[in-house]
Design a protein around this ligand. Structure first.
Ligand code: KIV
Length: 271
């Protein structure tokens, strides 16, 4: 039997066993209880309480404004919904870059106040001291390399990363540093498929791709994008599995029309 079918709960160890067994890992984002419950029951392996909540839930242009308190609020709702999958909570911008002690305090707050199972941090060698300190406290860490949206003002664009040889070499080194530090998995965002496949081959922990091709160990998408709730965002790597914006608009229009026509509520819908 496959590893993911034989377990009641997904843990960091199960994910690593899935990689060893050649089973792909399915990960999506979630920011609230109701959505998380549906995704967990549908068989997702990892739910990421992403700092993309800053865009998706709060309407900010970047992920930078979301605060630690706001991430904790979102994550606590997600954790209350989940029975099977592993919950990873993003450390928001400004909650870990200062120094390793600040990073550890932020990670402890997330674990204590949300009940989440692990945290995710963007960056490579420059944050390894913080990663090691957090791991020493027993908190599992997922890395994030390639396009790292918290550094958008440094790079200036959301284009594909590590196309050049030197940047690709640095990325492979960073992935190895994160693995050696003890990260249980790494998200690889928007890098050439060939490079992503090479990273997944050269290191033993799972590589979860977004816009990183099919040669990695799993995939992650922003749920609101793959469900077609966000019509404006259409990158090449995004596959839409539903068109909820259209379905919801039709449903709401029907409701408005029924209310105006005095058709809702009818006799059986009242007391
Ligand atoms: O915040 C987020 O949603 C993410 C994913 C895009 C990986 O980091």
């Amino acid at each position: 039997m496959s590893v993911h079918r034989s377990v009641k709960k997904i843990t960091t160890h199960v994910l690593q066993e899935m990689k060893r067994n050649g089973e792909k890992i399915a990960m999506l984002t979630a920011y609230d209880y109701t959505m998380a419950r549906i995704l967990d029951q549908a068989g997702i392996d990892i739910l990421l309480v992403g700092d993309s909540a800053s865009n998706v839930m709060a309407g900010h242009e970047t992920t930078l404004p979301i605060t630690l308190n706001e991430m904790i609020y979102h994550a606590a709702g997600v954790v209350r919904a989940v029975e099977r999958c592993l919950v990873v909570v993003d450390m928001p911008f400004g909650s870990y870059q200062g120094n390793s002690r600040e990073a550890l305090n932020s990670a402890i707050r997330i674990m204590k106040e949300t009940g989440g199972h692990s945290i995710k941090m963007e960056g490579g060698r420059e944050i390894v001291e913080s990663i090691e300190r957090i791991l020493t406290a027993g908190i599992p860490v997922m890395g994030h390399l390639g396009l790292t949206p918290q550094s958008i003002y440094k790079f200036g664009t959301y284009t594909v990363r590590a196309r050049e040889e030197e940047e690709a070499k640095r990325l492979i080194e960073d992935a190895k540093i994160l693995e050696a530090a003890g990260c249980f998995a790494i998200v690889l965002e928007k890098v050439p498929a060939k490079l992503a496949a090479q990273v997944a081959k050269e290191i033993e922990i799972p590589i979860i791709g977004i816009g990183a091709g099919n040669g990695v160990d799993g995939q992650v998408l922003v749920t609101h994008d793959m469900l077609g709730m966000n019509q404006e965002f259409s990158p090449r790597f995004l596959r839409r599995y539903a068109n909820l914006a259209e379905d919801m608009t039709l449903a709401v229009k029907s409701y408005v029309s029924d209310v105006r026509r005095k058709d809702f509520p009818n006799d059986s819908e009242q007391y």
